[in-house]
Design a protein around this ligand. Structure first.
Ligand SMILES: O=C(O)CCC(=O)C(=O)O
Ligand SMILES: [Fe+2]
Length: 293
């Protein structure tokens, strides 16, 4: 089994179909050259100054991980609003949930939210990660019955090859139950040109591969999650209100400054339960934080 490669003209439906069948898909030319260059310019020097992780078994001592990306490059806004990622995540994650309010039967559609964003640079000599599911952060159980927690993307900032650690993916593993152990021979390496991207479900087994070349492999990974789940990267502590306020409302909501349609994440102001997106709009979140000091 391989991971199917789709052109960037593929429709949301086509991409969703492949993801439901295989658990992952490669999208060619996901980024424009201009956005790719901005990401390289904004993150390159920072990655150079970033040390490898201190833990080897999962994070990798020869792997550099740079997060807090929305304060480091505004190109992140282009990444998360790209319809090849954003609209596919919306289609997969924003599935209605039926609830009762007294005698009223109603449907709530979850919003989507950025769960984490990280540049991952795998240096020569780094061995492969253990195969894992990224929805493990939510302790998600499988089979999911089609209710996924996360859509993840891994964008190639340098070319991804089998030899340089191109992400290992186990096609079809999103359908497995929690008893089945993933085995290395079931995984295929992601090979794609810089600017292309692998999208995969939170329930798909994958891992960073071994880099046996003499050059680092650089990727940018971002998660879009169902918004009622806690964000893996703590955006409230990571990004200052000033940084968040510098982005348009849609991005601010995606970053978590929003209560969403199920009102998860409200704050109280003058006795009213308010969506924080409204406060950031008129600058009130700053005075609110001061009031608490
Ligand atoms: O770097 C990669 O190719 C994948 C990394 C990964 O899956 C992770 O750190 O969770
Ligand atoms: Fe992962």
């Amino acid at each position: 089994m391989t991971v199917q490669t789709l052109p960037n003209t593929a429709s949301t439906d086509e991409i969703v179909q492949v993801l439901n069948r295989d658990g992952g898909a490669i999208i060619e030319n996901f980024l424009t050259d201009a956005v790719l260059e901005r990401l390289r310019a904004d993150l390159g020097a920072l990655l150079e100054a970033t040390p490898g992780a201190q833990e080897d078994a999962f994070l990798g001592t020869k792997t550099r991980r740079l997060s807090r990306l929305f304060m480091r490059t505004t190109a992140m806004a282009d990444v998360v609003t790209n319809p090849l990622f954003h609209d596919v995540a919306q289609a997969i994650l924003a599935k209605p949930v039926k609830v009762w309010f007294g005698e009223g039967r109603t449907e709530i559609v979850p919003d989507i939210r950025i769960g984490m964003a990280q540049a991952i640079q795998i240096w020569p000599g780094q061995g492969s990660q253990p195969l894992h599911r990224d929805d493990t952060v939510f302790l998600w159980r499988h089979p999911t019955g089609g209710r996924e927690a996360r859509l993840q993307i891994m964008i190639a900032i340098t070319d991804f090859e089998a030899a340089n650690g191109g992400t290992l993916v186990v096609p079809g593993s999103h359908l497995w139950d929690d008893e089945r152990m993933p085995e290395r021979h079931e995984a295929v390496p992601t090979e794609m040109k810089a600017g292309s991207a692998l999208v995969f479900l939170g329930s798909t087994y994958h891992a960073g591969g071994e880099n046996t070349t003499d050059r680092p492999r650089t990727g940018l990974t971002v998660a879009l999650d169902a918004a009622h789940l806690r964000q893996e990267e703590n955006m409230y502590l990571t990004l200052s209100p000033e940084v968040v306020a510098s982005y348009p409302e849609h991005i601010r909501r995606l970053l978590g400054w929003s209560a969403g349609r199920n009102f998860m994440g409200w704050i109280e102001v003058d006795g009213q339960l308010v969506d924080p997106a409204e406060l950031v709009n008129d600058g009130k979140s700053f005075s609110l934080a001061q009031e608490l000091e």
